[in-house]
Write a protein that binds this ligand. Structure first.
Ligand SMILES: [Zn+2]
Length: 184
């Protein structure tokens, strides 16, 4: 069973883009703006929240569990395995083991990261030295917070983090996860 990530237990800001048309497909991928994750994600997420808070930041979450059906919609919009996991193989998001995230400053605005969420270009890759230094610093800050908290990074998307060895968790459809995302 997946757990819901939301305040007050998790002091995060929810900006669940795939429940809106503001994503690369131009249409919602699921109806409810929920962030669901495996129970194993709770501890590392609470550590990341505490680390960020101690430095004056707050996590902004874009996507957690993504039902297998929603992964198919994404794949049809952008069938590029660098950025979108082939649904036949399965996304860590469909295992409830991945999180798309950025940092908000004290003013509640997201930090400058050089690209937006889901940019899906070489500019979204980690380790770039041709971005504004502030964006490089902010990405390094997010990387440090998330990896120190126990998450692993993905080299091609600065916003994507996952639990170690996510393949041990099963892929879930919306109905297998309780129908909570109201996939349509
Ligand atoms: Zn992701």
């Amino acid at each position: 069973m997946l757990i819901e990530i939301a305040p007050p237990l998790f002091d995060v800001y929810l900006d669940i883009r795939y429940a809106t048309a503001d994503n690369l497909t131009g249409a919602p991928l699921y109806r409810r703006p929920l962030c669901l994750l495996r129970p194993e994600a709770a501890e590392p997420l609470l550590r990341a929240v505490a680390l960020a808070r101690g430095l004056g930041y707050r996590l902004r979450l874009f996507d957690g569990f993504r039902p297998v059906e929603a992964q198919w919609s994404l794949w049809r919009a952008l069938p590029d395995p660098t950025y979108i996991a082939d649904p036949m193989i399965g996304s860590c998001h469909s295992r409830g083991a991945a999180l798309d995230v950025t940092l908000d400053g004290i003013d509640g605005h997201p930090l400058e990261m050089g690209t937006g969420f889901d940019d899906m270009t070489p500019y979204s890759h980690h380790g770039r030295i041709d971005l504004d230094p502030e964006a490089q610093r902010n990405r390094a800050l997010l990387l440090g917070i998330m990896t120190a908290a126990g998450w692993t990074h993905y080299p091609f998307e600065w916003w994507h983090y996952q639990l170690p060895n996510p393949g041990r968790y099963p892929l879930l459809s919306d109905s297998a996860a309780g129908g909570r995302m109201r996939w349509k």
